[in-house]
Design a protein around this ligand. Structure first.
Ligand code: S3P
Length: 191
């Protein structure tokens, strides 16, 4: 298998920790879209949101998705909102096998609150965060594979992803990929 493995899912799904473990086990490089953006901008994501707003962050994600087309054989963790706008999930599927790390809302929300500063949870009630989660599920569910993380730790999730990948025959892709990105059709501003 030479294509990328791309992890998508809501905040708290464990994309970064699982991605790191998976990359080590598969002997591959690990890439994070949030890290690509942070490195390029020279500042943390909460600062980008606070000073330039969500729209700017989403534009930076577009650029990151374009750069991902250059990756080969990497494990890639995406930000929770990245696949949730027009054409992005399909653009990811064009460059690798997309795996949705799913889970029930209560579990993901609790994990997300515990770990790190998440601007998308600022000023949102639990109910609003759950509405965001529900709206995003229709995007995530277009992934090639899904692993339910609700009762599993990152090690166990990584093992389940490996198992799922072994049973997965990726359909042939045209080369070069032509991801179609459109500015509309996303979840919009939900604050
Ligand atoms: C976001 C999730 C974050 C990060 C940014 C926006 C989102 O990544 O990309 O704060 O829209 O859900 P994690 O999913 O790793 O928290």
């Amino acid at each position: 298998m030479t294509d990328n493995v791309i992890l998508v899912g809501f905040m708290g799904a464990g994309k970064s920790s699982v991605g790191r473990i998976l990359a080590a086990r598969l002997g591959r490089c690990f890439v994070e879209t949030d890290e690509m953006i942070t490195a390029k901008e020279g500042r943390p994501i909460p600062e980008i949101f606070a000073e330039q707003g969500e729209a700017r962050f989403r534009a930076l994600e577009d650029e990151a998705v374009r750069l991902l087309a250059l990756k080969r054989g990497d494990v890639i963790a995406t930000g929770g909102g990245l696949p949730c706008r027009g054409g992005r999930l399909e653009a990811l599927r064009a460059i690798g096998t997309v795996v949705w790390l799913s889970g029930d809302f209560a579990t993901l929300y609790e994990r997300a609150l515990r770990g790190g500063d998440r601007p998308m949870l600022h000023g949102r009630t639990r109910e609003q965060a759950e509405a965001l989660y529900e709206a995003r599920k229709s995007f995530y569910s277009r992934a090639d594979l899904a692993v339910d993380t609700t009762t599993l730790n990152p090690d166990q999730v990584a093992a389940e992803v490996q198992k799922a990948l072994r049973g997965w025959a990726r359909p042939p892709q045209h080369w070069p990929p032509h991801p179609t990105l459109s500015p509309s059709g996303g979840e919009g501003t939900l604050s």
